[in-house]
Design a protein around this ligand. Structure first.
Ligand code: GLP
Length: 236
């Protein structure tokens, strides 16, 4: 594991964007596993800037996102599909048909999970998976549990996650109680993983996840077993 400490969030974002752009330059048809949340916003902004300068070409890239709220469709401003379109996809030349986000409105969410995993398999797996980390150690929406869940599945969000994510909603009552998230197999089979986290609040969970025991109580701890993971942390 490479653990990099950046002085500022701007530097963290730049380093993360560097790793993502290197991946796309080396393999223009990369499959990128993408994440939402506030952590990746700076990296997306930087990548957009480099794209506009003509330094990166996303036309051959396919993306698969980690998760989506159950019951929110892509036109809902709080959905992760909307987030990705607004904060990244609309500003670069990725083919929108090659961007995948689990469908949180599918009538059969179990079947949606299965077909999402099949799609990732058909794409040949993920080349680079970008991750944030929740305060309880969740990755994607894999919440602390008694076991690691392997496949894309529906999850009941924990109170602490609902509270943490309520900052994006008008009030806490509007936060969906469930989500559909990629499971640990697709994440762990990614060829490379890049996890970014910023702020003093994240320090304790990072220590537990990367220097403590591997346990489903801290889902991110499984990443210790990944052969090619880079973690970038900035305190500010
Ligand atoms: C959400 C997302 C996660 C993300 C986490 C942390 O719960 N499902 O993928 O890592 O929030 O978000 P932030 O980066 O805003 O702290």
């Amino acid at each position: 594991m490479k653990f990099i400490t950046a002085d500022t969030y701007e530097k963290l974002s730049r380093q993360a964007a560097n790793i993502i752009s290197a991946q796309v330059i080396i393999k223009p048809d990369s499959v990128l596993g993408l994440a939402t949340g506030s952590s990746p916003l700076g990296a997306y902004k930087q990548l957009i800037e480099w794209y506009k300068k003509g330094d990166i070409d996303f036309s051959g890239v396919t993306s698969v996102n980690l998760d989506e709220y159950v019951g929110l469709n892509g036109s809902n401003e709080q959905s992760y599909r909307y987030f990705m379109n607004k904060n990244f996809f609309e500003h670069i030349n990725i083919n929108i048909d090659n961007t995948y986000v689990p469908d949180g409105c599918a009538s059969d969410l179990k079947a949606e999970g299965e077909s999402y995993d099949r799609r990732i398999e058909m794409l040949g797996g993920i080349d680079l998976q970008l991750l944030g980390i929740g305060l309880d150690g969740h990755i994607g929406f894999n919440e602390p549990d008694r076991y690691f869940v392997k496949s894309t599945h529906v999850v009941d969000l924990h109170e602490s996650t609902i509270k943490a994510n309520s900052r994006f909603f008008k009030n806490i009552g509007e936060v969906p109680k469930q989500a559909i998230t990629m499971g640990m197999v697709s994440i762990m089979q990614a060829k490379k993983i890049l996890l970014i986290a910023s702020g003093k609040l994240k320090r304790e969970i990072l220590e537990k996840a990367f220097y403590g025991p591997i346990t489903p109580e801290i889902p991110a701890s499984i990443l210790q077993l990944h052969p090619d993971i880079t973690v970038i942390y900035s305190e500010n």
